[in-house]
Ligand binder design. Sequence first.
Ligand code: GRF
Length: 214
Amino acid sequence: MERLRVGVLISGRGSNLQALIEAATNPEYPAEIRLVISNRADAGGLERAARAGIARRVIADHNRERFAAEAHHALRGAGIQLVALAGFMRILDTGFVESWRDRLVNIHPSLLPAFPGLHPQRQALAAGVRFSGCTVHFVRPEIDTGPIIGQAVVPVMPDDDEPALSTRILAAEHRLYPLAVRLFAEGRLKVGGGRVEIAGAAMQNVALFNPAAG
Ligand code: GRF
């Protein structure tokens, strides 16, 4: 089986990168991480890539266009077919986003379109929502927008602080990202009209209540 060649862009610890690496250790998983690009030399995720024997590149981001050009070149050189942003903390050049249109995905720790931008978990706590979660979506030039591939929902607990909620959401991220990449790799995602259709998606018809009872 030809596996989908994925490039991952990171800026930090890379726990979502790790989740993708681990998913790909299963030879039946239809994608593999072939290149990791970081805009920071001290990103912990680079170590994770090294341990997994994955090619790494550090590209300085002083200049947005130059970063985009170098990243694009490296991704093309590695034959990358899907680019996954995983804690990549820079706004990407619009030309880059357009040239990878529908082949560029991001994970965000909220139920978009709620709480885009920085500190979504803090925003969720401030808003008093009873559920939050994470979203994997195709990237469009405007930050944290784009057709939604998948979401996972977690409850917000009465005594949650930002770290507690972030940890709960992160555990869901680590399951959602490999699932979304798998669906892409299997050719099951069709983008149209700002929405994503998923061929043969397994659905759960459940309602969750928070509080669960009075
Ligand atoms: C995750 O919460 C991700 O959703 C957000 O940044 C964080 C990155 O964490 N975009 P990690 O580097 O994958 O551990």
